[in-house]
Design a protein around this ligand. Structure first.
Ligand SMILES: Nc1nc2c(ncn2[C@@H]2O[C@H](COP(=O)(O)OP(=O)(O)OP(=O)(O)O)[C@@H](O)[C@H]2O)c(=O)[nH]1
Ligand SMILES: [Mg+2]
Length: 199
């Protein structure tokens, strides 16, 4: 009989480490649906900072507005995504800057029902242009269904191109979980691709 120390060693599978979590940030103008999107995506109750709206434009559309950083979590495959939402009100811009730190991808949401949605987009390009030129991002245009001032996707595309930013522009109803999931999945795919191209 073979002694124990000569026995064929058993192969013990080495557990694959879970992929590193990713931080994704949602920015965009008041009422574009950042809170709605993160609420519908988050697998656990979203940590929110909603208060009754006081600013004119916030009151115009809805009763509450975000005044701090909000947080949700979801998974794509095995990757945990930390979802950070920011306030759309300009006076809280400093919080958006904090929330963006360390984010590997960004969703810029623009309310198409705003009287001047391209001016709104321009504002976020001014604030986050450097980030958008160097990181994966998606521009998501909401409220296509409830306004008559239709600015078409092609106009957002052109605007971005003219400002040296090439990222996909998608139409989105933030109330629809499947649509929001598609936006995040597309962003996730871009993040993975950019890591392969620029490891
Ligand atoms: N009709 C319509 N309503 C939408 C759409 N997307 C979101 N909404 C609604 O628009 C409102 C968006 O509100 P929020 O999610 O609070 O918007 P927000 O971007 O977080 O706003 P702030 O926190 O104030 O910056 C909600 O009442 C949504 O139900 C859309 O595509 N069409
Ligand atoms: Mg909000």
């Amino acid at each position: 009989m073979r002694p124990e120390y000569l026995a064929t060693p058993r192969l013990v599978p080495i557990p694959t480490p879970a992929p590193a979590p990713m931080k994704i940030v949602f920015v965009g103008n008041v009422g574009s649906g950042k809170t709605t999107a993160i609420t519908s995506l988050s697998e656990s109750a979203m940590l929110g900072t909603e208060v009754r709206a006081t600013e004119q434009d916030a009151l115009h559309r809805k009763a509450t507005t975000t005044v701090g950083i909000e947080y949700g979590v979801m998974h794509i495959h095995d990757t945990k995504l930390h979802l950070y939402g920011t306030p759309g009100q300009r006076r809280f811009d400093f919080m958006a800057s904090i929330a963006c730190q360390g984010a590997v991808g960004m969703v810029v949401m623009i309310d198409n029902a705003h009287p001047h949605p391209l001016v709104e987009l321009d504002y976020f390009l001014q604030r986050h242009g450097d980030y958008l030129k160097t990181h994966p991002a998606i521009v998501a245009i909401t409220h296509y269904d409830d306004n008559t001032t239709q600015t078409y996707l092609i106009e957002y595309h052109r605007y971005l191109r003219e400002h040296g930013i090439s990222c996909p522009v998608m139409r989105l109803d933030a109330r629809e979980k499947t649509q929001v999931t598609q936006v995040v999945e597309k962003l996730y795919a871009k993040i993975i691709r950019s890591r392969r191209e620029y490891p």
